[in-house]
Every structure is written in C-alpha cells, then in structure tokens.
Design a protein around this ligand. Structure first.
Ligand code: ZN
Length: 297
C-alpha cells in the first residue's frame, strides 16, 4: 500500500482521486507540544513512529479539473522527510486518470508549506510550471511577508515565484473562496495563519490538509507536530469546528498525511475526541459505512 499511486472515488457528482507522492516516517516524539497544552486535553497520542502519506487530491466537478496540494519529490531531491519513499507522482497519476497537467484548471493550496506545494514545478531544479493553464490559489496570510517563518517561507517562494511570474497565482483574503458551487476553499487557521480546508460536493467530502497530521491528533486535538508557524489555540478551534462537522455529516475525508489510500471518516468517541476510521481497501467500510464510490487502486 505504501507504494500505491492512485485511488478513485465518486462522491455525489464529483469524481475524486487521491494521487500519492509517497510516504515517510513521522515520529511524534520529535516534536514537543507547547508547555501546558496537553493538561486539559488528555495525555496525548502514542509516541511511536507512524508511516505518513503524501496525498494530493484530484477533483473533477462542475466542469472544472482541480488538484489540491500537489506534492511531488524527485528521487535525488534532498527532502527533510525521514525515509521518504516516493511514487512516480502527479504526472503518472494524472495519466492513469486519462488526463494531463495541461488540462488542470485550478491548483488549490491548503497552506504554504513545501510538502503541500512542491508539485507546482516540474522538479526541484526546474522553474517550469507543471500546470501552465491553472489558477493557483493560496491565502494571503501565508504569502505575505511576515506570514510564514523564514524557514518555511524560503521553499514556498522557490516553488511559487515561477507560478507568480507566469501570472498564475491568485492570492485570496476572503473567509471562503468558491471555485464552483461544489468546491469551496474555507479558512481553517492554526497550522499556518492562512491554512484552509476544502469542502467538496456540498459537504459530502472534505480535503483537510494539515488540520490533523496523523490520526491520533483527532483524538488529542491539543496535540500538533512542531512548526513555528502554528497557532495552537486557533488550530484547536479549527479542529473542533471541522471534525465535529465531518463526524456529524459522515463526510468522506482525506488529510494530506493520511496513509494511502487516504480515505476515511471521523466519528465522535468522547467530548472533543474523534476517531479516524480509514477505508480499508477490499475490507469492510468503517462503522457508519461509506456507501458512495468504490476503490480502484
Ligand atoms: Zn504537511
């Protein structure tokens, strides 16, 4: 499953596909939560290393083709992700879907971290834009100077300057941005000041970006991996709001670092605690049941 590339699912009238850029080792113990942040929210998740995914999402709905968080790393690329195993990536994924980068209309970035936008260029040492006909959307807080810390801003500029120079970057500031009626980028700050989630198919599906990084964070919403850009208070508020919503509506969810194939649902298990139930391919759907779509990976 680690080397899986593509997993399709139809939700309502939207055609969705997770395209995986690979997987890496994520060790919670490498990060310490801010002092005192766990005391009222439980003792925190397991400290064991988990295998985390790099899931981009392709969406086709209302006549537009969209890539959310295009991630890709080349074999020879020096990437600060432990034991990264990369797949052939976006172009291969799109080809398997019968389409190509030229036909993508929008690239939505949930936030400005490199592991969510590295695929906007055709390789680390290239300044060629991968999706030359796409409007690339990012919130202003992550783009403006002083938004992200220097450590994260530098790679963001490396990846997005060529996009800006090609006239393809759209910086947004409103609370939500409608690509279409059934595809809406919604501000969900915390991970970064401009972090967003994407509502798809009138809320039947969501792409959650880094609202949570690993499943344990939905159970321990005060827990978060280390980053200087994080506002933990806002992150807890965003997690509470969106996890409650997707659990109540039984929305199909993908978060970027979910293990491939990335699909699952959240279910409330206690006050302020949600359980991530991944869809196991070839197995039974999680309780509550995903009735839409099928696995093709
Ligand atoms: Zn991330």
């Amino acid at each position: 499953m680690i080397h899986g590339l593509l997993s399709r699912r139809d939700v309502g009238s939207a055609h969705l596909a997770v395209i995986s850029a690979g997987s890496f080792d994520f060790t919670p113990r490498e990060y310490s939560p801010p002092a005192g942040s766990r005391s009222s929210l439980g003792t925190g998740p397991s400290m064991e290393t988990v295998r985390a995914g790099l899931c981009s999402l392709y969406v086709e709905t209302d006549g537009v083709r969209v890539i959310i968080d295009p991630v890709q790393f080349g074999e020879d690329e020096d990437v600060p992700l432990a034991n990264l195993v990369a797949t052939p990536g976006l172009d291969a994924g799109l080809e398997a879907l019968g389409t190509d980068p030229m036909s993508i209309d929008y690239v939505l970035l949930t936030h400005g971290h490199f592991d969510h936008c590295s695929g906007v260029l055709q390789g680390a040492n290239s300044s060629r834009v991968r999706f030359p006909n796409a409007t690339h959307v990012l919130r202003v807080e992550d783009w403006a100077e002083g938004g992200l810390s220097e450590e994260w801003r530098r790679p963001l500029l490396n990846y997005l300057k060529p996009v800006e120079e090609a006239g393809l970057l759209r910086i947004i500031g409103s609370h939500s941005y409608e690509v279409s009626e059934r595809l809406i980028l919604i501000h969900a700050p915390g991970e970064t000041p401009g972090h967003c989630v994407v509502q798809i198919a009138e809320g039947a599906a969501y792409y959650l970006g880094d609202l949570v990084h690993i499943p344990a964070e939905s159970k321990w919403i005060g827990w978060a991996a280390g980053s200087h850009d994080r506002d933990l208070g806002k992150m807890i508020d965003s997690r509470r709001m969106f996890l409650r919503q997707v659990a109540e509506t039984r929305a199909v969810c993908v978060f970027t670092h979910a293990p491939f194939p990335g699909w699952g649902m959240f279910r409330s298990v206690a006050d302020d605690q949600w359980q991530w139930d991944p869809v196991v391919e070839g197995g039974k759907p999680p309780s509550g049941g995903i009735t839409r779509g099928q696995e093709f990976a």
